[in-house]
Design a protein around this ligand. Structure first.
Ligand code: SF4
Ligand code: FES
Length: 369
C-alpha cells in the first residue's frame, strides 16, 4: 500500500564545504564545492522560510565548517524568528572572540562540538590541524559560558577507539549534556579511507561494553548516544530515519538530497532549490520517491517484520557494497551479502593501515601517517 507523504521535521543545512580540518572520515562527497558555489544569504533565508512553512521544526547548521559563513548570525536569527530549533554542528576551531555569545544572542538553541580525539595528539593528527584540541576545548567552554547546551560528538574509528573512556571523561569535564559516540559511517571520504579507519573486532567489543556501563553509571548526568557500527551489527540502522521520511539534506549549492551521501547513487537526479520549491522537491522529486516507504523493497525486506523499523537500512551502503541502492543493506544479517561485511573487515585488517587520504578540495592525495 502506498504510504502518505508526511511533512519533514528535520533538515541538515550544509552551509559550506570549506573547513579548517581535513578529517579522513568526513562524510562529505569527494567532490567538495568551492566557496563560489555556495548559496548566498538571501537564498538560504528563502529556503529556511519554505522549510518552516513545510513543517520543519529543527535545522542542523553544518558543513564543512558553518562558522566560516560570516552570515551565520543572520541565518540563526531568522530561524529563531520563525520558531525553528537550531543546532550548530562545529569543529570548534577558529571562532573569533565573542562569536559564540553573538550566536546565542541571535537565538541559537544548541551546539555540537566534534572532537577527533580525547587527547591533543590524536585530535591534531586526525584533523591535520595543529592546536585544534586546545581551540575545541576553548570553544566548548564558550558554549557553556553563553548558556547553551553542549553535545560532544566523537567520530570513532581505529585511530581513536581506545580513547572512548577518555571521551566520556572529556564530555563530563566540559559539562556536556550529551556525548555522541559516533562510529564512522563509510560514506564519502570515510569510504575512501575504509581500510585505514576500520577498527578491530576486539576493540569494538570493548567499546560496546564500556559505553553500556557508562550509560548506566551516568544516567541523568550525561546522555550517551551509541549505535553498534554497521559492519559489526546484525541489523542496519534506519538511516536518516528512513529515506525521505522526516528529514533531508541541503548541500552548499542548494541541491536538496534525501541524505548526505545520496549523490553516490548514480541513477538519481537531484533538484536544486530555486529551480523548484522545497515543497515540490519533498513531495514530487523522483529521487525522494525512489526509496520512500516500503513499496520499493524486494525480499528479504518486503516480508520482514522490521521493515518499518529500519526501512531497509542505508541505500548508500547498499549501493557501495551490493552495487545497487535497491538492495537490502548488507549490514543486515538477512541480506545474502551480509558475509561481505566480515570479508571487508578482514581485507581492511590485511591492508596497509597507515595510508589515508586527508579531506581536501581537489583530488584525493594518498598520504602515509
Ligand atoms: Fe531491515 Fe530489510 Fe534486514 Fe528486515 S531484511 S531487518 S527490513 S534490512
Ligand atoms: Fe544515504 Fe544512508 S547515507 S541512505
Amino acid at each position: 500500500m502506498t504510504q502518505a507523504i508526511l511533512p519533514p521535521i528535520g533538515m541538515l543545512a550544509e552551509l559550506t564545504h570549506r573547513c579548517p580540518l581535513q578529517c579522513a572520515y568526513c562524510s562529505n562527497p569527494l567532490e567538495l564545492l568551492k566557496a563560489n558555489r555556495e548559496m548566498a544569504t538571501e537564498a538560504w533565508l528563502a529556503l529556511f522560510d519554505q522549510a518552516a512553512d513545510l513543517g520543519v521544526l529543527q535545522i542542523h547548521l553544518s558543513g564543512g565548517e558553518p562558522t566560516l559563513r560570516p552570515d551565520l548570525e543572520v541565518l540563526v536569527e531568522h530561524l529563531a524568528r520563525r520558531g525553528v530549533y537550531t543546532n550548530l554542528i562545529t569543529a570548534g576551531v577558529g571562532l573569533a572572540e565573542g562569536r559564540m555569545e553573538a550566536l546565542a544572542q541571535a537565538g541559537l538553541d544548541h551546539v555540537q562540538v566534534s572532537f577527533q580525539g580525547a587527547f591533543a595528539p590524536t585530535t591534531e593528527k586526525i584533523g591535520n590541524h595543529r592546536g585544534a584540541h586546545q581551540k575545541k576545548m576553548e570553544t566548548a567552554r564558550q558554549v557553556r559560558a553563553a548558556g547553551l547546551p553542549l553535545t560532544i560528538n566523537a567520530p570513532i574509528h581505529r585511530h581513536n577507539i581506545e580513547e572512548v573512556p577518555a571521551f566520556i571523561d572529556l564530555a563530563l569535564a566540559l559539562d556536556a549534556e550529551r556525548l555522541e559516540i559516533a562510529n564512522v559511517q563509510y560514506a564519502g571520504w570515510a569510504l575512501l579511507n575504509r581500510n585505514a579507519l576500520m577498527p578491530e573486532r576486539a576493540s569494538v567489543e570493548r567499546q560496546v561494553e564500556t559505553v553500556r556501563k557508562a550509560q548506566e553509571d551516568l544516567l541523568g548526568i550525561l546522555a550517551i548516544d551509541f549505535v553498534t557500527p554497521d559492519y559489526f551489527a546484525m541489523y542496519p540502522k534506519p538511516c536518516m530515519g528512513g529515506w525521505a521520511r522526516d528529514a533531508f539534506v541541503v548541500a552548499p549549492d542548494g541541491s536538496v538530497l534525501p541524505c548526505h551521501a545520496a549523490s553516490t547513487i548514480p541513477d538519481l537526479v537531484f533538484d536544486r532549490f530555486g529551480d523548484k520549491s522545497l515543497a515540490e522537491i519533498w513531495h514530487q522529486s523522483k529521487a525522494f520517491n525512489a526509496f520512500r516507504g516500503t513499496d520499493w523493497m524486494s525480499e528479504p525486506c518486503r516480508s520482514c517484520e522490521r521493515k518499518e523499523i529500519d526501512w531497509g537500512g542505508c541505500r548508500c551502503q547498499a549501493m557501495a557494497i551490493a552495487g545497487s541502492a535497491a538492495e537490502t543493506d548488507p549490514a543486515c544479517a538477512k541480506s545474502p551479502l551480509h558475509a561481505r561485511m566480515a570479508t571487508l573487515i578482514d581485507e581492511a585488517m590485511a591492508a596497509d593501515r597507515e595510508e589515508f587520504r586527508y579531506r581536501r578540495i581537489g583530488s584525493p592525495v594518498l598520504e602515509r601517517q
